[in-house]
Design a protein around this ligand. Structure first.
Ligand code: 4NP
Length: 172
């Protein structure tokens, strides 16, 4: 049985980290959207939600202003400060979700063994309409790209939460 199939309890909340390149556009959006869905369903005690970037380009920065605008128009607040994903994070999380193939490959290179590798997936594996499997990088484009990213993340996060809910156990 893999670690991310274990029961989720208040004593052992499920720890999930969303990862992109800069940790200022896609993964902070995913962190905010997933937290929002968890809050709406009063499931806060069962989840620890974080995000990080594979690069060090933007460490310490808040989410990109366009990402914040789109999120806020959809009732979601983005509160993260960019950080780099570290090798030690792999053991610290139950599930690590990459936004695209490049992030996924970079994360796999940090993993040492099959148990660690198994925790690393791509967010769009959960998307009912997965397209090419990547959440496209919106950084150099206009608002259309940021809106598209938000829609992909919202759809995928909702399906992700539905799939994890079956593991929640109210017994400790
Ligand atoms: P993110 O977007 O990976 O979704 O946070 C990017 C942010 C910054 C850069 C690239 C992508 N950059 O090249 O600085």
């Amino acid at each position: 049985m893999t670690k991310n199939r274990n029961k989720i309890t208040i004593e052992q909340p499920f720890r999930i980290c969303f990862v992109c390149l800069g940790n200022i556009c896609r993964s902070p959006t995913a962190e905010g959207v997933f937290q929002h869905l968890v809050n709406q369903q009063s499931l806060e005690p069962y989840f620890f939600i974080d995000s990080a970037g594979t690069s060090a380009y933007h460490i310490g920065e808040p989410a990109n202003s366009k990402s914040q605008m789109v999120a806020s128009q959809n009732g979601v607040e983005l509160t993260s400060k960019a950080r780099r994903f570290e090798k030690d994070d792999i053991d610290d999380f139950n599930l690590i979700l990459a936004m695209d193939d490049e992030n996924y490959q970079n994360l796999l290179h940090l993993a040492n063994n099959p148990e660690q590798k198994e925790k690393i997936k791509k967010l769009r594996e959960y998307d009912p309409k997965p397209g090419d499997g990547n959440v496209p990088d919106p950084y150099y484009g206009g608002m259309d790209g940021f809106n598209r990213v938000f829609d992909i993340i919202q759809r995928s996060s909702s399906a992700l939460l539905d799939s994890l809910k079956s593991q929640i156990s109210e017994d400790s």
